[in-house]
Ligand binder design. Structure first.
Ligand code: SF4
Length: 444
């Protein structure tokens, strides 16, 4: 029987992580394209167009779909009869694949994993460790699912234990309505029903790798309870009107995937994990014949979209001359093209600046009249989400370099497209947009 080599698993994981950093799964592209075609809210339609154009550019240029290149989630189904030459623990082997995938010179991916979650949160530098789960199964092969899960959507994971007579659909719809736009919709909902607390969450995560086929299901109709539940949740969640990037619109989820497992008679555990517009996963099998090969997707899956960023709807904004009057004139939902100086700053930088202000110390950067871009810096070769990276003309670190990707960078941008989320009076497009597009669900 052929021997599955440690080096082949490492090389395959590294290649898989590179592959999913720049290729959306084809079923995701097709579902997003269909959603873009039927979207009625112009703002949400534009957001979807940007997602699709960015995705196509990333596929061609082999650059990351999003600046958050995720945490590596690896699930291995290990055939009990598989012959291997493995000498190290599976965690170490998969970490080596993760390291090689994220540190590749031709397309370095942002390392986002911090070592001590409730201590000093120092970045591990190579995105290790990966989140590894292993299942022993019948057979002589090693089956691997690799995903790169964004922090924004992972942060919105939820769990509950319902009464056995409780409604899974009611809980999911009510919960998604509270998630806001931080999970970067449109995306997929992974739902795990049954088992126990940890099994329900594992089922929800695994469900996110199932193929997107909601439109097929809508056409042919449900043939079991799970499919009925998928249709009900998809319709009711989309009727919430949240829309692309929370701007309001007809599509919030491209599919709802559900996996279930037997459970205790007293329990109905439910796990919910959303996946974002940067859904990234791929599957491969090792049988001893060498590392996995990954075929690039067909570019013909992408719709022909020309982004007219300088359209009459977009307003140019000079970041070097921001006054109170200019800021007061911005309207929620308005598209802006930003030019000038922008500073990056995420949670760690904000916290450090607050601490400095509390101690009466001067800030390392004068932020008066300046804009902050809530983003983690990435390698210039890797690029931010490719579409946005085209607007960034120069970047240099100016403070807190020890924070790694959370350091403060000074960016020079030109016509960088953004949407006004909240105006100076606190009015939010994430409230008014969904309120406008909310509708009564049509249930069979
Ligand atoms: S699309 Fe949003 S949630 Fe997904 S990886 Fe990018 S920033 Fe994170």
């Amino acid at each position: 029987m052929p021997v599955i080599r440690e080096d082949d698993l490492i090389a395959s994981i590294a290649e898989a992580l590179q592959y999913i950093s720049y290729f959306h799964p084809p079923d995701f592209v097709r579902a997003m394209s269909a959603a873009w075609e039927r979207e009625e809210n112009p703002g949400a339609k534009q957001a979807m167009a940007q997602i699709l154009v960015n995705s196509r550019m990333c596929a061609i240029g082999r650059r990351p779909i999003c600046q958050d290149t995720g945490a590596a989630n690896i699930h291995i189904r290990y055939g009990v009869e598989a012959k291997t030459d493995f000498k190290r623990a599976l965690q170490e082997i998969c970490d080596e694949g993760t390291r090689q995938g994220y540190l590749r010179n031709a397309n370095p991916l942002r390392a986002s994993v911090v070592v001590d979650p409730f201590g000093d949160r120092k970045n591990s530098g190579d995105n290790t460790p990966c989140m590894l789960t292993v299942e022993m199964v019948a057979g002589d092969k090693i089956d691997v699912e690799v995903a790169a899960k964004g922090g924004g959507s992972e942060n919105k994971a939820k769990f509950t234990t319902l009464n056995p007579s409780g409604s899974v659909a009611d809980w999911v719809v009510k919960t998604v309505d509270t998630l806001g736009a931080g999970w970067c919709p449109p995306g997929i909902l992974g739902i795990g029903v049954g088992g126990n607390a940890d099994r329900a969450m594992a089922l929800a995560k695994a469900a996110l790798s199932d193929p997107i086929d909601l439109s097929d299901l809508q056409r042919r109709g449900p043939s079991n309870k799970t499919e009925e539940l998928r249709l009900e949740i998809a319709e009711r969640v989309n009727a919430l009107g949240i829309g692309a990037q929370g701007l309001g619109g007809v599509t919030t989820v491209l599919d709802v995937k559900i996996r279930s497992f037997p459970t205790h008679a007293a329990s109905l555990p439910v796990g919910l994990i959303p996946n974002c517009a940067a859904t990234r996963h791929v599957h491969f099998t090792l049988d001893g014949s060498g590392p996995a090969a990954f075929a690039p997707p067909e570019l013909s899956d992408y719709p022909d979209i020309v982004l007219d960023q300088a359209s009459a709807h977009a307003r140019k904004l000079d970041l070097d001359n921001l006054t109170d009057d200019v800021l007061a004139s911005l309207e929620p939902g308005q598209t802006l093209l930003l030019s000038g100086t922008l500073y990056t700053g995420r949670d760690a930088a904000h916290k450090r600046m607050i601490d400095m202000l509390d101690k009466g110390e001067p800030l390392p950067v004068d932020l008066k009249g300046r804009a902050i871009y809530y983003v983690g810096q990435v390698d210039a070769v890797g690029g931010a989400a490719y579409l946005v990276s085209k607007a960034i003309k120069a970047a240099k670190p100016v403070a807190f370099e020890d924070l790694g990707m959370e350091a403060i960078y000074e960016l020079k941008v030109e016509d960088m497209p953004v949407t006004v989320a909240v105006d100076t009076e606190g009015n939010s497009i994430h409230k008014s947009g969904p309120a406008k597009w909310k509708r009564v669900p049509v249930l069979a």
